[in-house]
Design a protein around this ligand. Structure first.
Ligand SMILES: [Zn+2]
Length: 242
């Protein structure tokens, strides 16, 4: 069945929510430089997780918020940002509309680290104010074990993990010929730099360089999908007992 709200009519939504469907999946990302992968990486990845998950948890998928808080890589061509205040108000307004549609649970799938803090603040007050339950999942942090399981190493930004997810979504969204190790910057304590001197960011020395292996990318993607979906199922089940 069709689960993307953008592709449904208002009557279809009226007939399903809340009688048959009470959960909405809400992808949030940004447009940002990502080494050899497309600027929309942080939007495409949570959308792909949402599409895998929707049938499994019987949810509708709301359209993605494509612009977030881009700071570290602002200045790289194509990176776009909104202010934290604008982002917070805008995302909260959308969440408040979900209440009026009749949803009772929100699974917010975040694709961008710069959004983490504000999304946590929003989630902190949302249920208290509205009685609609919310889980914000930062997939790359939450599935940190999966990158170690499949690749035996840590990921990063636009690194092995995000590059693999994008290749698995659509190989046309990754251009391995553009990749060069001079795009890589390994974070070191004691330096805060804007823009960061590299659009591929590693957090562990010598770990997370993209390998562009499509077979492993597909395996990694499947495990990430299962990791996030299993957790969403668990949370929804626990919520149903409250
Ligand atoms: Zn990213």
């Amino acid at each position: 069945m069709q689960r993307e709200m953008q592709k449904m009519t208002w009557k279809q939504v009226r007939d399903l929510v809340p009688d048959e469907i009470t959960t909405v999946i809400f992808p949030v990302g940004t447009l940002e430089a990502h080494g050899a992968t497309a600027l929309g990486t942080d939007n495409y990845i949570p959308e792909s997780i949402a599409q895998f998950m929707a049938d499994e948890i019987n949810a509708l998928i709301a359209p993605t918020v494509n612009y977030g808080i881009t700071r570290s890589l602002y200045g790289y061509p194509g990176s776009i940002t909104v202010s934290p205040d604008s982002f917070k108000a805008y995302v909260r307004d959308i969440l408040d509309s979900f209440v009026d549609v009749g949803f009772e649970q929100v699974i917010l799938l975040n694709g961008h680290g710069g959004n983490n803090e504000v999304l946590k603040e929003i989630a902190h007050t949302y249920f208290y104010d509205t009685d609609v339950k919310i889980a914000v999942i930062h997939w790359w942090e939450f599935c940190d074990d999966v990158i170690k399981e499949v690749y035996g190493q840590d990921g990063g930004h636009a690194a092995l993990n995000e590059t693999a997810m994008m290749q698995a979504i659509d190989e046309a969204l990754v251009d391995a010929s553009e990749y060069d190790t001079d795009m890589v910057y390994t974070y070191r304590p004691g330096a805060d730099i804007y823009p960061v001197p590299g659009s591929i960011l590693l957090y562990t020395k010598d770990e997370g360089y993209p390998d562009f292996d499509i077979t492993r990318a597909k395996e990694y993607q499947r495990k990430v999908f299962e990791c996030v979906t299993d957790f969403a199922k668990f949370v929804l089940e626990r919520w149903s007992m409250i």
